[in-house]
Design a binder for this molecule. Structure first.
Ligand code: ZN
Length: 309
């Protein structure tokens, strides 16, 4: 969803796609299972659309999403999408992946009605996070807010774009310019007229990421894409163009066990061997160190996500 910001210059940039030349064969690689318990700290308000409207202080507002207990949440699917997009931008998965922006796909988000076929993509990102109709090896729980405090903020209206605009903005010919990320900025500087119930800045969210049958290299990419090296904030939910949903991530607890090899992951609860080397923040910092193309994209990603406007 695109939000109107009434600014002359755009507040996003693209991280270019890396050519898909590196083939990784995981067949006999040792794999691991475990989980990360995470705390997300909101640096700006968070808006997760529930699709419903509520009456607050006599105004009809778009309501934030809550779980069955009435607690505001960032759904696991939303966090997974955020982390997946980063993983795609900094790995060799991008070029031919089904998740890569294509004119057909981008068009169908707006006006074109293109049916999507389930395609099994074998790239690193799809094998970790899954692709249309296929399960991945990493799953995200919902992240529940530690406090239910919400506030009403007037945000800019989302608007649909026509396909020509999309093509002009996001593609050079038929080639996508890359993966789009927004700058950081002060959310107070962007206002609109759509009353929206938001979770307050300063709120913490707790949830878990569970992985099963992924290699050490996958783990490095996962930890990096979660922002665990502390070099960039994550972005979740709506109104990203208005600098909403900036999140710092902290590991509360982590466990990791050896679990067979890539083609034959095995879970033997009684014989589990703990992976003593598993330090999520250190792994995150290791990712891409041996590859200058990946490092180039990591530098670009950090530059965009940390750029304050
Ligand atoms: Zn893929």
């Amino acid at each position: 969803m695109e939000y109107r910001t009434d600014r002359k210059t755009s507040n996003y940039e693209f991280v270019p796609l890396l050519e898909n030349k590196e083939q990784i064969t995981e067949g006999s690689e040792p794999v691991y299972e475990g989980k990360l318990r995470l705390k997300l700290h909101a640096l700006s308000p968070v808006y997760i659309g529930s699709g419903q409207e509520i009456l607050i202080e006599k105004r009809l507002c778009r309501a934030t999403l809550r779980n069955g207990a009435g607690i505001p949440i960032i759904p696991g699917s939303s966090m997974k999408g955020t982390v997946r997009t980063i993983a795609q931008a900094v790995s060799y998965s991008a070029q031919k992946c089904v998740g890569t922006p294509s004119l057909k796909q981008e068009g169908s988000k707006y006006e074109l009605d293109t049916p999507k076929q389930p395609v099994k993509c074998m790239c690193m990102v799809c094998s970790m996070f899954g692709s249309m109709g296929f399960a991945g090896r990493v799953s995200f729980s919902d992240f529940a807010a530690s406090a239910s405090d919400t506030e009403i903020i007037n945000v800019p209206k989302p608007y649909s774009q026509n396909i020509l605009k999309v093509k002009h903005r996001y593609f050079s010919g038929y080639k996508p310019k890359g993966i789009k990320f927004y700058y950081s900025g002060d959310w107070r500087s962007v206002s609109g007229d759509l009353p929206t119930e938001c979770i307050k800045a300063g709120t913490d969210f707790i949830g878990e990421v569970v992985f099963n049958g992924i290699t050490k290299h996958h783990l490095e990419l996962l930890c990096f894409s979660l922002g665990l090296d502390g070099s960039f904030p994550l972005r979740a939910g709506g109104n990203k163009a208005g600098y909403f949903g900036l999140l710092n991530v902290e590991v509360i607890e982590s466990t990791c066990y050896a679990s067979g090899n890539y083609n034959h992951p095995s879970i033997q609860m009684d014989k589990r061997v703990k992976a003593d080397w598993f330090e999520p923040c250190k792994l995150a910092a290791l990712y891409g160190k041996d590859n200058h193309n990946i490092m180039g994209n990591i530098r670009k990603l950090r530059e965009i996500l940390n750029r304050r406007v």
